[in-house]
Design a protein around this ligand. Structure first.
Ligand code: NZQ
Ligand code: ZN
Length: 392
């Protein structure tokens, strides 16, 4: 294990923190592109409160609304053009992961020379990472992706039906204003998908990372155990602010780099899901709920002890060291039941995805992973045929 770590995002975490948005943004600029999604922040009144705080601090707001779930390249280009035309000096993302990702790439596209898709096309020869971006302040309204405090963004090129990602230093937000009160309006299904997403962020590191990471193991187990305890409460009662806060903190830490530190893990479950949500109108967390247990069943065959440890420590499955494979499968079954209990789908048919195109999806997954061996990196590395099998 070896690593170098820096996360420069200032994190402000508190119920009511939205009132401080203006003061936080004013440190970085005074003409803000305020990026939002399809309207939830207007309906909840959060948008109006954000504008009041910004104006009180002397920040002028240029509105850029309409970022769609699984955000599109054309939306990013529209926002970047608006920011350039209006002379914005700071970008604010007020919304879910889609809004935050789009805002980050808008901020970089303002300076990017050439085709902005080239910064996103992960792993491809054409990829040229951005090196400069307008400062971004994130204000998440949904606990899920962790985008508020990381340097990643996932964008769909609707012309090529390709969903890919970029990770670059300049995309770290300068600040994240995380106010759990903003998530009380998230409907139960999106709340559940967010819980699955945050759990999957840590299981990817746990099961695909290098050996010998006992501290990271305990971090990851703690995040999952917290999600198991508080997730059902947030789903059952959206106004339970304590549950909302615990889930939101779990989602921040699940992908701000800390839990996976030094594990050097690829994210195969995410790579498979991204292709599904590039082709189908599927929420990211819902897609993960289908792919992750299926992937686990497959991967556990080659690493039963690792999965047995998870089953024992997180789901309380009695340790049966004579039968780690059985223990592992019991833990995966518990995980799947948990996902179902909070309302996640766990079968492709529930996402209305048939099996006619699975071979194509597997091929695209491996191509986007850009591995010389034509396998999807992970433990184990998967061939296209194996991806098709696990999806079936
Ligand atoms: O668009 P609006 O009207 O805001 O509605 C959204 C959207 O319909 C709604 N919503 C958000 N906050 C709400 C709310 N509804 C009521 N009240 C609120 N407070 O929820 C719906 C889903 O929003 P979206 O932003 O798409 O969800 P999520 O946060 O799950 O983001 C998913 C996107 O993030 C990417 C995914 O691939 C997907 O494109 N990811 C980004 C990552 C990153 N940057 O680190 C990592 C993740 O693994 C993930 O891949
Ligand atoms: Zn995710």
């Amino acid at each position: 294990m070896q690593f170098e770590f820096q996360n420069p995002t200032r994190l402000i975490f508190a119920a009511g923190a939205l009132a401080r948005l203006g003061e936080v943004v004013r440190r970085h600029g005074k003409r803000a592109l305020l990026v939002t999604g399809g309207g939830s922040v207007k309906r909840s009144g959060v948008f109006a409160r954000a504008v009041v705080s910004l104006n009180a601090a002397g920040v002028t707001v240029i509105e850029c609304s309409g970022v769609e779930p699984n955000p599109r390249l054309s939306t990013v280009l529209r926002g970047a053009e608006l920011a350039r035309r209006e002379g914005c000096d700071v970008v604010i993302a007020l919304g879910g992961g889609s809004t935050m990702d789009a805002a980050k790439v808008m901020a970089a596209a303002v300076y990017y020379e050439g085709d902005p898709w080239d910064m996103i096309a992960h792993g491809q020869d054409r990829q040229r990472l951005p090196t400069r971006a307008l400062p971004v302040v994130t204000v998440p309204t949904l606990a899920a992706t962790g985008s508020e405090m990381n340097c990643g963004a996932v964008i769909t090129n609707e012309q090529t039906t390709e969903k890919s990602f970029v990770m670059a230093e300049c995309l770290y937000p300068v600040a994240a204003v995380v106010d759990p009160e903003l998530t009380v309006s998230v409907p139960a299904d999106q709340t559940a998908y967010g819980i699955c997403d945050l759990i999957t962020h840590v299981t990817e590191g746990y099961f695909n990372g290098v050996d010998g990471t006992p501290v990271q193991d305990r971090f990851a187990e703690g995040v999952v155990a917290t999600a198991l305890e508080w997730g059902p409460k947030a789903v059952a009662d959206g106004n339970d602010l304590e549950a909302r806060a615990q889930i939101q903190w779990a989602s921040v830490v699940a992908l701000n780099g800390w839990v996976q530190i030094g594990t050097d893990a690829p994210f195969p479950v995410h790579m498979i899901e991204h292709v599904l949500s590039a082709h189908h109108d599927v929420a990211h967390g819902a897609g993960l709920a289908v792919v992750n247990p299926a992937w686990m069943r497959y991967a556990a065959e080659s690493r039963p002890e690792r999965f047995a440890q998870f089953a024992h420590r997180v789901f309380g499955v009695p340790a049966k060291w004579s039968d780690p494979a059985g223990c592992a499968q019991e833990g995966i079954a518990s995980f799947e039941s948990f996902l179902r209990s909070i309302g996640c789908p766990t079968r492709l048919s529930e996402l209305r995805i048939g099996d006619a195109l699975l071979a194509r999806y597997a091929q695209e997954t491996v191509r986007i992973a850009h591995d010389d061996q034509r396998r999807l990196p992970g433990r184990p590395a998967l061939s296209e045929a194996e991806i098709v099998n696990l999806l079936r």
